[in-house]
Write a protein that binds this ligand. Structure first.
Ligand code: DX5
Ligand code: ZN
Length: 224
């Protein structure tokens, strides 16, 4: 069954530690941490110092999504901060093999992400050298945006490419995942579902994540 990675971008920033503990207790599988530099995306979030401080608040894996230019400058800092999965954008790294190599040499799992308008073929040459492919289903920068139409077909294509070239690579989907589309996104082939506003925007995190998991676990429905 697909895993759920609550994105703390939509959490209450004045109580981040408590929010992480709450989604941990509520059944989240990974903690998704969005790092933005104000250049690659038009927003700024947090850096390695805060990630390191938050690391103590949960035993769940930290899934760090770097939306920053020249990410090679910060691999060491996020490795020291305790990231478990470290994902860079194909559009932001001039020498992708080198960055992926740096991440893996430090004992972390390496992810590569694509913006919605970037051809999937760009990651084909590196697929067998990474651990995770992150397909963006909104333009990165903000929580609470709408899932881009046509993304289900793109997720299916990414799944097919992974199965053909490197079946052990996990397929993660980020942006606009809600209770309404979570099952369709998983059925299209996603292994990890990031959800920010759908979880933190609702009152009861346990109820939301529980509902997501029951939707994912339900048997397929057949229509005649
Ligand atoms: C967007 C971030 C996402 C964001 C998703 O740039 O990468 O992780 O938190 O938020 P929702 O689930 O609200 O679309
Ligand atoms: Zn993200």
């Amino acid at each position: 069954m697909a895993m759920i990675a609550p994105s703390i971008l939509s959490a209450d920033g004045s109580r981040l530690g408590e929010e992480i503990a709450a989604v941990t207790a509520a059944g989240g599988d990974w903690i998704h941490v969005d790092v933005m530099d104000g250049h690659f995306v038009p927003n700024l979030t947090l850096g390695p110092g805060l990630v390191g401080a938050l690391r103590k608040t949960t035993a769940l894996p930290f899934d760090v999504h770097l939306m920053i230019e020249a990410p090679e400058r910060f691999i060491d800092a996020f490795a020291e901060a305790g990231a478990d999965w470290l994902t860079v954008h194909v559009e932001a790294a001039a020498h992708l093999h080198r960055v992926v190599g740096m991440i893996r040499e430090r004992g972390l799992k390496a992810g590569v992400s694509l913006n919605p308008a970037t051809p999937l073929a760009l990651v084909e040459p590196i697929l067998s050298e990474i651990d995770l492919l992150l397909v963006m289903t909104v333009n990165p920068g903000f929580g609470g945006q709408t899932f881009i139409e046509g993304s289900l077909a793109r997720i299916r294509q990414a799944r097919e490419m992974i199965d053909r070239i490197a079946p052990s690579v996990l397929l993660e989907v980020d942006g606009g995942v809600t209770l309404q589309n979570v099952r369709a996104v998983a059925d299209a082939g996603a292994d990890v579902l990031v959800a920010g506003s759908a979880i933190f925007g609702g009152g009861d995190y346990g109820k939301t994540i529980g509902t997501m998991k029951s939707l994912l676990a339900a048997p397929p429905t057949f229509r005649v």
